[in-house]
Design a protein around this ligand. Structure first.
Ligand SMILES: *[C@@H]1O[C@H](CO)[C@@H](O)[C@H](O)[C@H]1NC(C)=O
Ligand SMILES: *[C@@H]1O[C@H](CO)[C@@H](O)[C@H](O)[C@H]1NC(C)=O
Ligand SMILES: *[C@@H]1O[C@H](CO)[C@@H](O)[C@H](O)[C@H]1NC(C)=O
Length: 537
């Protein structure tokens, strides 16, 4: 051992002397948690013997949390068991204060010790008593005699020309309603005929009673479509419609109110808007104003076609009858191709008065018009022409009529058929058919029709006379024979004398050198043998 160790040993002994309470077996004062305190006179002690116990309690308004140890014991290892920190305190709770009739509580900071709640009454109720209650240290709410009382209204008062409908109560509670009635022919005015007891103890706005009469209105350019001829009382409604050509610029309805009509219908003359411009030209009434039934007339420049309506009419609704028309350039269709050649104007455009010129190759005659013009209707003046393969010439005209093949084309093999108007009197002279040969020549000259022949007339006249004579003879002969048969066996003379005695003299004259007579033999006469014989007279 060195002499140097001595001061250290002495130091240690001194430290041990300082720690003597532990050494001697004692506990220090336990360190309590918040709101906890040592119970009773133990609070005055600084040291506690081993095996001694202390009790911990909570401050006013606090209670030990469940599971907190009741006692702390000073153990022989000089510490408290269980540890003092295991004992904790919490605020006492006052719980819910219970329901509040006609109101409720507000809990801004809970229901524990120190909290303050406020009672609030429902609308139409007023508070009696202290509104605020505090949670006390004993876990009880203070106060508690607070109530919410319903607001009451005095009976409603009569009004000029009216009063509340009986029976009228002595007192009314908030929210109750009372209806008013008007006297006589007074009209109830105001938003409602009923008043309500309000939350401040007064009544809502009372209605008014007054006589309301509106005078008959005069609405120009309009006609009444709904409503009578008056008198017009309160809320009576008239409805007007504008006359044709006028339009309503306001509401068409007017209602009789306290101080007169609610509004006055207003009819203004209809005007159509500017129709706008197109490439069509307005020929009439350009510029406006365009009143009802105004008419605009349009046209197009030459070579253009109008698309749409030529006329626009301003309708009673202020709208034009249709959109303004437009003008389109007129074009003829593609003429199509034939075997004729277009020498001028081919390919288009085929506008109005465009001209197409056709020709045929040498030796081929052109059939149709050599020029086509595009008309303003968009149509060509005629069909395109064609070219004949090889043509016979136009046949010369005679007084005979071509009734077949006259239109051509006079190509080889084409046949022309001729006819005369009256074949009997005018027989055809020449061949009735002409055929176009492959050499481009007709088979013969065209035929002609003969004049009326005088010999034909004479022959027919002679024939007619002969026929007449024969007919006369046959008739005469029959008469005679019949006479002979009927009066047999009398002779002709006898017959003539007996039955035609008055003609006897004439008979010979008529008969001339011939007369009709039966043979001598009557039997032969019956057999039908007759002969012409010279007269005996
Ligand atoms: C002291 O002793 C008690 C019982 O005798 C025991 O529960 C505790 O844990 C001990 N404390 C320490 C710090 O040793
Ligand atoms: C009662 O309240 C109504 C509307 O809430 C108000 O118009 C009226 O003036 C109040 N009456 C009084 C006496 O305060
Ligand atoms: C028709 O023409 C021929 C020849 O030119 C002439 O002889 C004849 O009289 C004419 N016939 C009639 C009906 O005119």
């Amino acid at each position: 051992m060195s002499i140097m160790l001595l001061p250290k040993i002495l130091g240690c002994v001194w430290i041990l002397c300082l720690l003597s309470p532990e050494i001697h077996g004692q506990c220090t004062k336990p360190a309590t948690s918040e709101n906890a305190v040592i119970h009773g006179s133990d609070i005055l002690k600084d040291t506690f013997d081993i095996d001694s116990a202390v009790r911990l309690v909570c401050h006013h308004g606090y209670e030990p949390t469940s599971g907190s140890p009741r006692r702390l014991v000073c153990g022989n290892n000089n510490t408290w068991s269980p540890g003092p920190e295991r004992f904790t305190c919490q605020k006492k709770s006052c719980g819910h204060p219970g329901e509040l009739a006609n109101g409720h509580y507000e809990f801004p900071n809970g229901v524990e010790f120190g909290a303050v709640i406020t009672a609030v009454c429902n609308t139409g109720h007023f508070a009696i008593g202290e509104k605020q209650r505090s949670c006390l240290g004993d876990g009880q709410w203070d106060g508690g005699n607070f109530v919410c009382e319903v607001v009451k209204c005095e009976p409603p008062k009569p009004i000029p020309n009216g009063q509340p409908r009986p029976p009228v109560n002595e007192m009314y509670e908030y929210g109750q309603a009372v209806q008013y009635v008007c006297n006589g022919d007074n009209t109830m005015l105001g938003a409602s005929d009923t008043v309500h007891c309000l939350e401040n103890g007064s009544w809502s706005d009372v209605p008014r009673c007054a006589k309301v009469v509106c005078i008959r209105p005069d609405i120009p350019n309009a006609r009444l479509v709904e409503g009578g001829s008056g008198p017009y009382g309160y809320k009576y409604t008239l409805r007007y419609e504008c006359n044709v050509g006028y339009k309503m610029t306001s509401d068409g309805e007017m209602t009789c109110l306290e101080h007169g009509w609610s509004s006055t219908p207003n009819c203004e003359a209809v005007e159509c808007p500017n129709p706008g411009t197109t490439n069509a030209i307005i020929t009439d009434r350009a510029g406006g104003p365009y009143g009802y039934s105004a008419i605009l007339t349009y046209k197009c420049q030459d070579g253009h076609r109008l698309v749409g309506s030529t006329q626009l009419k301003c309708g009673s609704d202020g709208q034009w009858s249709s959109k303004p028309p437009t003008c389109q350039v007129v074009e003829c269709p593609n003429p199509g191709t034939t075997n004729a050649i277009i020498t001028d104007g081919a390919g288009g455009p085929y506008g109005v008065s465009a001209i197409l010129t056709y020709r045929c190759q040498a030796g081929h005659p052109l059939v149709g018009s050599p020029q086509l013009t595009c008309g303003s209707d968009g149509q060509w003046s005629s069909k395109p022409p064609t070219c004949q393969a090889v043509g016979c010439p136009q046949p010369g005209t005679t007084n005979a009529t071509i009734y077949e093949g006259a239109d051509g084309p006079y190509v080889p093999g084409a046949v022309l058929e001729y006819k005369c108007h009256n074949e009997f009197w005018h027989p055809l002279v020449g061949s009735p058919q002409l055929k176009c040969g492959s050499d481009g020549q007709w088979s013969s000259k065209p035929p002609t029709c003969q004049d009326v022949s005088i010999w034909k007339i004479i022959g027919i006249a002679v024939l007619a006379v002969l026929v007449l004579v024969v007919v006369c003879c046959i008739v005469w002969w029959c008469y005679t024979c019949l006479s002979v048969v009927l009066s047999s066996p009398l002779s002709l003379d006898l017959v003539l004398n007996q039955f035609y005695s008055q003609w006897a003299g004439h008979w010979a004259a008529i008969g001339g050198i011939f007369a009709l007579c039966p043979t001598e033999s009557i039997s032969a006469a019956i057999g039908g043998i007759f002969a012409l014989c010279p007269t005996e007279r």
